[in-house]
Design a protein around this ligand. Structure first.
Ligand SMILES: C[S@@+](CC[C@H](N)C(=O)[O-])C[C@H]1O[C@@H](n2cnc3c(N)ncnc32)[C@H](O)[C@@H]1O
Length: 261
């Protein structure tokens, strides 16, 4: 069952790799570079030269961002096609030498993470956990490759709002969304969704309540010492890439900072 789900996830990202690489470009879409990456950076609070491991790096936008700031990064992803895009984009940074390397790693397999070496000052995973059928191996792997007191920042769609069984509530006058109706949250389940409106084939997502996500981290020996709830960047309806842009009072994402103790 898990093997089948893994294969489904891998097939989805491999098939969509060219589409996503083009959409994300060098630094990610406006959600990524406008909201998720700055939040991750704030929570990481890294010093120049820090060693960082990234899980689910996609085409490497955040790894390059850290590399340009002088961090030494090992960026990993399940999809060989996305890793190839990440490598190509990193080779073409001609203005500056960056210390960023890529590896194909399944973050749901603890030993693959441990094989990346270490110790690292920090680990980061942006918008990856919704694609993973289980999280305990990633937290366990992070614990094993982090230095004592090392930090692990996870930025994910908000489990209470954005991966729950929600519906947008729209106003009758102009059909514009003004809220959310959440109908399902506490049980874990598999769902499908798109990351932007141009996406033809939905991705597979794994919903789990926040308590379960945190519980997996705690059981691996990590503690939570920081949290930010993140709304989408506000935008008028006609320019909005996803309806979330219309709901600045509802956090579509959450950034969590764990520490190895
Ligand atoms: C929404 S993308 C996020 C990419 C990047 N972090 C970003 O924010 O632009 C999700 C990524 O998770 C990766 N992924 C899915 N399952 C994974 C797994 N088990 N291990 C590592 N990466 C995985 C996918 O290949 C994809 O690159």
């Amino acid at each position: 069952m898990i093997a089948q789900l893994r294969q489904q996830v891998l097939d989805g990202w491999e098939k969509g790799a060219d589409f996503f690489d083009e959409r994300w470009g060098d630094q990610g879409d406006e959600f990524h570079h406008g909201v998720f990456a700055p939040a991750a950076e704030r929570m990481l609070g890294l010093e120049h030269g820090s060693r960082v491991i990234e899980f689910a790096c996609g085409n490497g936008g955040f790894a390059r961002r850290l590399g340009r700031q002088g961090m030494r990064v090992v960026a990993t992803d399940l999809s060989p096609a996305l890793v190839a895009h990440a490598e190509r984009r990193t080779e073409t940074i001609s203005d500056q030498a960056v210390d960023v390397g890529y590896q194909v790693v399944d973050a749901t397999v603890e030993r693959e993470i441990v094989n990346c070496g270490g110790p690292f000052d920090a680990a980061v995973c942006i918008m990856g956990v919704m694609s993973m059928p289980m999280l305990r191996p990633m937290f366990g792997g992070a614990w094993r490759v982090l230095k004592p007191r090392g930090i692990f920042v996870v930025v994910t769609l908000h489990p209470a709002y954005a991966t729950s069984g929600y519906k947008f509530v729209k106003s009758e006058q102009d059909n514009e969304p003004h809220g959310l109706k959440v109908e399902r949250y506490l049980s874990r389940y598999v769902t499908h969704g798109v990351t932007n409106t141009a996406q033809q084939e939905p991705q597979i997502y794994f919903h789990r309540p926040l308590s379960e996500l945190l519980g997996d981290a705690f059981s691996a020996g990590l503690v939570l010492d920081g949290m930010e709830e993140l709304p989408a960047p506000p935008q008028p309806m006609e320019e909005a890439k996803l309806i979330w842009n219309m709901l600045p009072e509802i956090p579509m994402a959450v950034a969590l900072r764990f520490r190895r103790v």
